[in-house]
Write a protein that binds this ligand. Structure first.
Ligand SMILES: [Zn+2]
Ligand SMILES: [Zn+2]
Length: 437
């Protein structure tokens, strides 16, 4: 069996909440030993000095666009972008064409993910047929085929009774329901956050209430059904408050935020920058502060990217006509490491939000560095800096508002099932080099 030694790094343990120096020895596809590795001249050795060694990062919310929109992204390019972003696993949302609402499409996504041989790709099944919100999708069939969660992401299930049935069914199947909380009547016609900036720009706004009304209903249904509700891309202070209060009451609810929502405000839209057009929209400084507070106090469990690739031509149109969404896989770690330097998160908390918590929510075996656990590992160099250049992305698309930003703290390698992928060059002397030009 192949042996791999990650040597001399700083292991980040999200459970014990501490850091320690250790070698990590991988045999086959499992972690065999954590501690000083014995001399082994046949093993592949990765010099991890100066690096943080985390359980393999998991992004539980990405859009890979295949089947149907391969010109934006394919499962293979998305899985490569995931690796370059430091992720060992991603969960693909079902809004493809056809929608992932059957065992056949679930099987297709799994198969394409395996064939790509990069980050692991897990399918999320649709809650309703065609995500049309009219009748339930065959959740049991999809679960048996390998769906890890259910969601009509992009479209809130407007019919409360249908959502109730879906949650009851998902609870029986032991799978979480991921909700894109947006009351479409309240947000109708909106293209950015409703507020001063929208008024100045003359753009139609989406009020924070559109999100909060939906969060409140879904929390009430989670309490009714006992279903595990996971709230996608929380963006408002009011939503954070509702989730915090529901958790205190013992409702089974978890939540995620994206790096763009905790980094940017609606002012990023100034100049009609379509790369900052995203749904839910970028909000106010007070919302950003509330998201950070929610991350720090544990109200927000997960950081996920909502990676949403779009072709250049689609974004190079007037603001109203441009599609919502931005890519996120390849900037997520750099943007999240800024929270550690700011003192919002500790490194073990960062590891919890990017790997342990998503693993727990999805029922994955990963998310922990333990002897016997699957060998999914991410190496981050906290000092490595890079300027974001969308032309260098492994993703097919480059729709990011972070182009030209200088990010610090970047992934240098990922182990997936015992297989090592170097994602940024480091030379043996420990001198850092820049990413490929
Ligand atoms: Zn969404
Ligand atoms: Zn999404």
């Amino acid at each position: 069996m192949t042996r791999l030694i990650i040597k001399g790094g700083t292991v980040v343990d999200p459970v014990a909440g501490k850091l320690f120096q250790a070698d990590v020895t991988v045999v086959g596809d499992r972690i065999a030993h954590i501690g000083k590795a014995p001399a082994d001249k046949d093993a592949t050795v990765v010099d991890a000095r100066g690096c943080l060694v985390l359980p393999g990062l998991i992004d539980m919310h990405v859009h890979l666009r295949e089947p149907g929109y391969e010109y934006k992204e394919t499962i293979a390019t998305g899985a490569a972008a995931a690796l370059r972003g430091g992720f060992a696993a991603v969960c693909a949302m079902p809004n493809t064409r056809p929608v992932c609402d059957s065992a056949a499409v679930v099987g297709f996504v799994l198969e394409r993910g395996k064939a790509a041989g990069r980050a692991r790709v897990y399918p999320v099944g649709a809650l309703t047929r065609g995500s049309e919100g009219k009748e339930l999708a065959p959740l049991g069939e999809m679960r048996a085929a390998g769906a890890v969660a259910f969601s009509d992401d992009g479209r809130w299930v407007r019919n409360g009774n249908l959502m109730r049935r879906a949650m009851e069914y998902a609870a029986m199947l032991g799978a979480p329901v991921i909700s894109h909380c947006e009351d479409p009547d309240l947000s109708a016609g909106g293209v950015m956050h409703e507020g001063v900036t929208a008024s100045v720009l003359g753009l139609r706004g989406m009020p924070a209430a559109a999100e909060e009304v939906a969060v409140a209903r879904d929390i009430i249904l989670a309490a009714l059904t006992g279903c595990h509700l996971h709230i996608a891309h929380v963006s408002t202070a009011g939503a954070v408050r509702l989730i915090r209060e529901a958790k205190a009451r013992g409702v089974k609810v978890t939540a995620e935020v994206t790096p763009h929502h905790f980094t940017l405000t609606d002012e990023a839209v100034k100049g009609y920058n379509t790369n900052a057009k995203v749904n839910p929209p970028l909000r106010t400084p007070a919302d950003v502060a509330a998201l950070k507070e929610g991350l720090a106090d544990g109200t927000i469990d997960v950081i996920a990217t909502d990676h949403a690739p779009h072709a250049r031509e689609e974004k190079e149109v007037e603001f109203d006509a441009a599609p919502f969404g931005m890519v996120g896989l390849e900037t997520a770690v750099g943007l999240t490491m800024a929270l550690v330097r700011e003192g919002v998160l500790t490194l073990p908390q960062l590891a919890a939000k990017l790997t342990t918590n998503p693993a727990r929510i999805l029922g994955f075996e990963g998310g922990l560095l333990r002897e016997g656990a699957p060998a999914d590992i991410t190496l981050i160099d906290p000092e490595l800096e890079e300027t974001v250049e969308p032309e260098c992305f492994a993703s097919k698309s480059g729709n990011t508002p972070f182009a030209g930003w200088r990010l610090k703290g970047l992934p240098v390698g990922v182990v997936v099932g015992g297989r090592w992928f170097a994602v940024r060059p480091r030379v043996a002397t420990g001198r850092r080099t820049r990413d490929k030009k």
